[in-house]
Design a protein around this ligand. Structure first.
Ligand code: TXA
Ligand code: MG
Length: 346
């Protein structure tokens, strides 16, 4: 299959019209969102949804998110409305917040991986919403990477993973946030299953206490599997091994320099993912800047891109860990998974 790439920066109308035709025909279309690129199919067609799992090589017990174009579209896919939902929708939609509800009968089990709950999100990205609206159905879409790889934040990343596997990629340029949406379960106590740009602090300001799934900063415990199926799989792994050093900037940079020379002495090629606060300590080393520790959104925006691009050209990545407040939590959640929890604190 030949994979066509259409720039929606230049040709949004033509691109989304062709995309919607493909979606209606049961085919797959990769499209930009404000978080990461999605790999979409008609969310009401179980066979079309199966193609997503095939193209990604995704385990079929990992459920997908349904993407909608307007708030009212939820009424066809959720069973009943938790009271908090309307407040959250009015505050954070459209945007990077996915909410989990009991599902309506019409939602195919291919989307929910057999669960009675469904994940729903209304993206902020205009192209994404236009595609959904023209398709006339909710679009089921995971991140558009091969399963286990870092999520794609550019159309080039999608092409690298999906060339020849899907007919169309809509190229809207780099994604604004660079990490996937916050996943909040509203079935039972409000619980964040995956942190994102809508932070725990932001949610609590609106609805009061919100729990964090214990697996967010730790490997998944046995009993949590049912609550967030996606968390049990290997995630975000670049081609290189990743090791995380947490702590204050100065001692962390010192430790990373020492490790760098150790690995080099073993004949391995090393790269450093540092921060604005530490880049001066890595002069003359193979180091890349993630962003500003005081602005964790900047770290999120660059993480997957650097894991992919830098990881393709070295054996080992040494990365700085940061505080887990606000979007620092989303950053550390992705980074620790990319590292397979190889970490130390100085
Ligand atoms: O930002 C995003 O959310 C992107 C863009 C494309 O919208 N999508 C995305 O999808 O990240 P995916 O499939 O890579 O991640 C969906 C996550 C998985 O961890 C999955 O296990 C969880 O949401 N999930 C989906 N439905 C669920 C459900 N019913 N119950 C619990 N977790 C669910
Ligand atoms: Mg994903």
């Amino acid at each position: 299959m030949k994979t066509e790439v259409i720039s929606t920066v230049r040709m949004e109308d033509a691109g989304t019209t062709l995309g919607a035709e493909l979606i209606k025909n049961g085919e797959l279309v990769a499209f930009p969102t404000e978080t990461v690129y999605g790999l979409g199919a008609n969310g009401m067609d179980g066979e079309a949804v199966d193609r997503i799992f095939e193209a990604k090589g995704r385990p079929n017990d990992n459920p997908l998110i349904l993407h909608i174009a307007k708030k009212n579209d939820v009424t066809k896919i959720w069973a009943h409305t938790p009271k908090l939902a309307k407040t959250l929708m009015d505050t954070f939609w459209p945007g990077p917040l996915t909410m989990i509800f009991n599902k309506a009968d019409e939602v195919p089990y291919e989307v929910t991986a057999g669960l009675e709950t469904v994940a729903i999100r209304m993206p902020a990205d205009k192209t994404a919403r236009l595609l959904i609206q023209k398709s006339g159905v909710p679009i089921a879409a995971p991140s558009a990477n091969r399963s286990g790889r870092p999520s794609p934040t550019t159309a080039e990343h999608v092409l690298a993973d999906m060339d020849g596997r899907i007919p169309l990629i809509l190229d809207g340029g780099p994604c604004r946030y660079g990490v996937e949406s916050t996943v909040l379960s509203l079935v039972g106590e409000p619980t964040i299953l995956r942190p994102g740009a809508i932070t725990r602090e932001m949610l609590e300001a609106v609805i009061g206490p919100v729990r964090l799934a214990p697996s967010i900063l730790n490997p998944l415990g046995e009993r949590e599997v049912a609550a967030s199926p996606g968390m049990k799989y290997k995630h975000y792994a670049p081609d290189a091994d990743v090791h995380v050093v947490e702590g204050e900037p100065k001692p962390a940079a010192k430790r990373i320099r020492a490790l760098y020379y150790d690995y080099e002495a073993e004949g391995r090629t090393v790269a450093i993912l540092g921060t604005e606060q530490t880049m001066a300590s890595y002069r003359n080393l193979n180091a890349y800047c993630l962003g500003d520790r005081e602005d964790p959104e900047s770290l999120c925006a660059n993480l997957f891109r650097l894991l992919r691009d830098v990881g393709a050209h070295c054996d080992v990545i040494l990365a700085e860990g940061v505080d887990t407040k606000e979007t620092g939590l989303a950053f550390m959640n992705r980074l620790l998974r990319a590292a397979g929890f190889s970490r130390e604190t100085v």
